[in-house]
Design a protein around this ligand. Structure first.
Ligand SMILES: [Zn+2]
Length: 469
């Protein structure tokens, strides 16, 4: 993706009628991105909104178009186009400076970094993208049969630095005959900061988000067993079928937005351990508050709910090594509702009040609710093995399907369970019927997805396949 940015920017500059000519102003220009506001851009460059409006002859701050060029005043010594770029996992201040051909002082000034150690993965940084800072360095050609790792060794540079400089998806993405560029001054093996056992490490979907599914990819440079930690969850890595490893990890919907550690650990065959850790950014899911819910006091009594919750946690704790799903998940209401017939979405903040008591329980909606009456068919969203099928106090008639790799589906409040523990189910197969059993105000299907011990937004899994690559 990164290597396409200069092309897109070039088009914007040529075809936007209002684009200031950079050569004439000699200053810095920022291209407006989706989601930007004038006040946000002003704050980013330590300007007032009025100063930014004045520099660009803007009278209405609401008329900001994506792709529009804004002159950024007051940045002495900095010229060219400024772009926002997300800091990748593994980037450090030096590697970023080298890859973007931007002097560290400029990077620091543009982003008001007090300390280079503040570089967190997932954070958006401003980087100058001028005509002169296209990729430079030593030309390097891959020989037939030569991997990027071997080429890196031959050329004396770190494989991961090669990947970064050339905008490749990973060290496996180099093809014979490819012309690559090696960073200048490649004697520095610590450019990427990764220990020698790792050839590459990457988080596909930065910044992370509450209720989202994090996807962590690792390429090893030598045989090792992989482990790690995201926030406080131990990671489980599985072969991705392309010579690398991938771990999926749910981000808790109530996790306070902020920065959290992502730690990778490799245990070599001789028992030596190597580790790499960097802070990654987790953003809010902006979940709304539901109205207060008044329920039977017994259904929110912790002596009733906690053992049931513990039981569910124990069922979904194990990450079984066989991945049984292939592509995106299907809606479990496929036989009776279209995919937009949700009566409640994932993540909504919920407060339960025990009717006639002062018992109050705060939480969030842990799944996706589909409207529909008792007796409508529920279908398996993806292939898997049934690992739980019984009636519970809060969840009613409940079924859990293990899809492998720590991914589970839960179906609550059914009127009837149509499967047994140990049964293999296929995508689209009827597994039960909609009902109103357990803690409910009416018949509906509640569907949730667990990823390595954490509930995530099932809509993400309906919209795209995990892992994404
Ligand atoms: Zn629900």
């Amino acid at each position: 993706m990164r290597k396409f940015i200069p092309i897109i920017l070039t088009l914007v500059i040529i075809f936007s009628p209002g684009a200031p000519a950079m050569a004439q102003t000699g200053g810095a220009v920022y291209i407006v991105q989706a989601g930007d506001t004038l006040s946000g851009i002003a704050a980013r460059f330590n300007l007032s909104t009025a100063e930014l409006m004045q520099a660009n002859n803007i009278s209405n701050p609401d008329q900001l178009a994506v792709g529009q060029s804004l002159i950024i005043p007051g940045l002495e010594g900095i010229s060219g186009t400024l772009i926002a770029e997300t800091v990748a996992y593994g980037d450090n201040f030096r590697s970023l400076s080298r890859r973007t051909q931007t002097p560290p002082l400029i990077l620091q000034k543009l982003n008001r970094l007090v300390s280079p150690g503040e570089l967190y993965a997932g954070v958006s940084l401003i980087i100058p993208q001028s005509e002169t800072n296209s990729v430079s360095g030593t030309r390097l050609e891959l020989n037939t049969g030569e991997t990027l790792l071997e080429a890196a060794v031959r050329q004396g540079s770190a494989p991961w630095a090669l990947v970064q400089v050339n905008g490749l998806a990973g060290t496996w993405a180099g093809l014979p005959g490819d012309v690559l560029y090696a960073p200048s001054g490649t004697s520095d093996q610590t450019a990427n900061g990764l220990p020698s056992a790792f050839a590459a490490a990457r988080v596909s979907n930065l910044p992370l988000k509450q209720g989202g599914t994090a996807e962590i990819h690792v390429q090893l440079a030598q045989p090792a067993s992989l482990g790690g930690l995201l926030v406080d969850h131990p990671l489980h890595f599985f072969p991705d079928g392309q010579g690398g490893y991938v771990a999926l990890q749910g981000i808790h919907a109530m996790l306070e937005p902020g920065i959290y550690p992502l730690r990778l650990e490799a245990t070599l065959e001789n028992g030596t351990k190597q580790a790499f850790e960097q802070m990654v950014l987790v953003l809010s899911g902006y979940y709304p508050d539901d109205p207060l819910l008044y329920v039977e006091p017994a259904t929110i009594d912790p002596t009733v709910t906690q053992p049931e919750t513990d039981l569910i946690y124990s069922v979904v704790a194990e990450a079984t090594p066989l991945r049984l799903w292939g592509d995106t998940f299907y809606t479990p209401a496929s036989e009776y509702a279209d995919s937009t017939y949700f009566t409640s979405r994932f993540g909504n903040r919920r407060t339960y009040i025990g009717t006639g008591t002062d018992i109050k329980v705060e939480g969030f909606h842990t799944g996706l609710d589909f409207g529909g009456g008792t007796g409508l068919p529920i279908t398996a969203p993806a292939p898997g093995v049934v690992v739980f099928a019984q009636e519970l106090n809060v969840r009613g008639k409940a079924t859990i399907i293990d899809h492998g790799w720590g991914v589970y589906s839960g179906f609550w409040h059914q009127s009837e369970i149509k499967v047994e523990v140990g049964q293999r189910v296929e995508q689209g197969e009827v597994i039960g019927l909609v009902g109103g059993t357990g803690r409910v105000t009416g018949a509906h299907l509640h569907w949730e997805i667990w990823v390595n011990g954490v509930q995530v937004d099932p809509l993400d899994w309906l919209e795209q396949a995990y892992p994404r690559e």
